[in-house]
Design a protein around this ligand. Structure first.
Ligand code: SAM
Length: 348
């Protein structure tokens, strides 16, 4: 999957094939405009305004507390970009917008899109990152508001992969205790505990994250079966032989190789014999070509935000092996582009 020029009609197709379409303009100003259009529409509540029935631009502007003429331009941009339909002067969401953009859709990406107002500030630091090689270490510079935006965004994005992870993660037999490191909203733990009724989970995350994520976990109504533990994964004492399953989902891209080796070692000690360490990540394939556009761009993004970046299955398995665990074959996820699980087992 990649973002790119989609030709309309034969002439454009031929021009694209001949290489005479100025694709860098599409990749820069048009991509920027499209991104902001979707983000601003989400923040203004445009999709909610047309969810129940089609409305004209003036009605939408009034409902969203926006200027009518300017709103019409935004609405037309959304029509041209496949988010809204326009019939008889009235706008309504397309099928795709209903699925992804409405707040109460079971597939809603509403909060994940809002989090991109924070992402764009990080991305603006790209040039200084490339010049100096110094990442911004996002977790050290966030306000309580941005922690909230971040945790809600993570919860929203987790919707995409959690059902598949809950289905395909190879749970050790009779597992009772789980540790979910960097688990934020706890939704992976919630889904696994719902699937395995004997399982209980502790979700370890930074104190600021726990403060912002606690209401998201409370909403799931899991009571004492899924609890938060505010702590730092880089320094926390994880104990000895306490857990049947340790899940680390979308965290190791924030850490460097040595930090990840050390974390894998502490996880290995914390696993019971037969227990499993599962590291879920957007995985970096061996070459940029194999990574594809999404893999390579997210690698750059993660490197801007933290000291890490994406890692390959082989690198993750190597940390697990060095910690005395036995890595299994990687599991590629269908529902998370570029995502996968690297599972390793502690010998019995
Ligand atoms: C990208 S989010 C992933 C959240 C969740 N596991 C998921 O996949 O949706 C990374 C999480 O790791 C947490 N985190 C970052 N550094 C951490 C650290 N040193 N110790 C514990 N958690 C950390 C962040 O607060 C955040 O909640």
């Amino acid at each position: 999957m990649r973002l790119g020029a989609i030709p309309h009609g034969v002439v454009e197709r031929v021009a694209l094939a001949l290489g005479i379409v100025p694709t860098p303009i599409l990749d820069s100003i048009i991509a920027l405009l499209l991104a902001r259009t979707v983000m601003v529409a989400t923040r203004l509540g445009i999709f909610e305004a047309v969810a129940a029935l089609p409305r004209d631009a003036d009605e939408i502007a009034s409902q969203c507390d926006a200027a009518p003429g300017a709103t019409r331009k935004l609405l037309d941009a959304l029509v041209a970009s496949g988010y809204l339909r326009l019939r008889d002067g009235r706008y309504s969401p397309t099928r795709s917008a209903r699925r992804w953009m409405l707040k109460d859709s079971p597939h809603s990406l509403h909060d994940a899109i809002l989090m991109q107002f924070m992402d764009e500030q990080f991305i603006a630091q790209m040039e200084s990152f490339v010049r100096t090689g110094t990442p911004i270490e996002m977790h050290e510079h966030m306000t309580p508001e941005s922690w909230e935006l971040y945790q809600r965004g993570m919860r929203s994005g987790a919707r995409l992969t959690t059902p598949e992870v809950a289905l395909r993660l190879p749970m050790p037999r009779n597992a009772r205790t789980m540790l979910d490191i960097g688990g934020s909203h706890g939704y992976y733990s919630v889904a696994l505990c719902r699937r395995y009724p004997e399982l209980r989970s502790t979700v370890l995350d930074l104190p600021e994250a726990v403060a912002a994520a606690a209401p998201l976990l409370a909403r799931e109504g899991m009571g004492g079966r899924v609890i938060h533990r505010p702590d730092n994964a880089l320094t926390a004492d994880l104990g000895r032989e306490q857990y049947d399953l340790i899940l680390i989902a979308n965290l190791v891209h924030h850490f460097n190789a040595q930090q990840n080796r050390d974390l894998a070692q502490r996880c290995a000690h914390a696993l019971r014999p037969g227990g499993r360490l599962v590291i879920g990540e957007v995985v970096r394939p061996q070459t940029p070509q194999a990574a594809g556009q999404i893999g390579a761009l997210t690698d750059l993004y993660f490197a801007i935000t933290s000291a890490g970046g994406t890692w390959s299955f082989a690198e993750i398995a190597d940390w697990q092996r060095s910690a005395g665990l036995r890595p299994r074959r990687p599991i590629k996820l269908f529902t998370g582009p570029g995502g996968g699980l690297q599972v390793a087992e502690r010998r019995r």
